[in-house]
Write a protein that binds this ligand. Structure first.
Ligand code: AP5
Length: 218
């Protein structure tokens, strides 16, 4: 099954995508994670993307689309993928549809997670991420057993550069503007499902799986 998690920064796309990957047995593709890896490794793509990401702006379509489609059309995603953070613009959505159609595939479900802005800001500014394995924590709602250290690999927890309140607000504004035409497109195509992302993470997972239940996993 090819499905897309869409929603504002901090709504829980990454958290839920990891759970759906386990539940459905398909890979999770996060363009944010891929881009952060390019930045950390100092690749030409990372160098071109870094300033946009620091400001909370989108990385230009031309840079992101090729990177994302390469993974989406690769053998590991042949039986499906949970997309997290791509597509984010109409141009990216069109490129994705064309590419999937060309491979006899299609986006079967688009899950739109929502939550109030105050909730999103609390989640973003309190998020801490493992510098080693990337596992995500939160200062209030998902504390590690040892403060500042990852439960899984023991590496130190860091704050993402774009999780300051100022940049988080900029990211929320970009999302509000860019997502409107995307949501309209998927609503018209009959694949859009709205899910309340403000509940406890287990509840959100249950709701997502309930929405997906009528879709056969292939
Ligand atoms: P990206 O990494 O995709 O960031 P984002 O969309 O802003 O989303 P986040 O990762 O911040 O939040 P999330 O919804 O995944 O929430 P999470 O599960 O972590 O993109 C970063 C940047 O890369 C962009 O700004 C852009 O520059 C660039 N980029 C990426 N893709 C691009 C594209 N296609 N085109 C152009 N540019 C692109 O949860 C957040 C926190 O809340 C965590 O601490 C978590 O533990 C906690 N939490 C989650 N769920 C719950 C819950 N239900 N209850 C309580 N706490 C919760």
């Amino acid at each position: 099954m090819h499905l897309l998690l869409i929603g504002p920064p901090g709504v829980g796309k990454g958290t839920q995508a990891a759970r759906l990957r386990q539940a459905l047995g398909v890979p999770h593709l996060s363009t944010g994670d891929l881009l952060r890896r390019h930045v950390a490794e100092g690749t030409p793509l990372g160098a071109a993307a870094a300033a946009h990401m620091r400001r909370g702006d989108l990385v230009p379509d031309g840079l992101v689309t090729a990177m994302a489609l390469d993974r989406i059309l690769g053998p590991s995603s042949a039986s499906g993928v949970v997309l997290d953070g791509f597509p984010r613009t109409l141009a990216q959505a069109e490129a994705l549809d064309t590419a999937l159609t060309g491979h006899g595939r299609r986006l079967e479900a688009v899950l739109h997670l929502t939550a109030p802005e105050q909730t999103l800001l609390r989640r973003l500014t309190g998020r801490r991420t493992c510098a080693g394995c990337g596992e995500s924590y939160h200062l209030d709602t998902r504390k590690p057993r040892t403060p500042g250290r990852c439960d899984t690999c023991g590496q130190r927890l860091v704050q993402r550069g774009d999780d300051t309140e100022e940049t988080a607000r900029a990211r929320l504004a970009v999302h509000a503007e860019q997502s409107r035409p995307l949501l309209a497109r998927y609503r018209l195509a009959g694949v859009l499902h709205e899910v309340d992302g403000s509940a406890d993470a287990d509840d959100v997972t249950r709701r997502l799986l309930a929405v997906l239940a009528p879709h056969p996993v292939r």
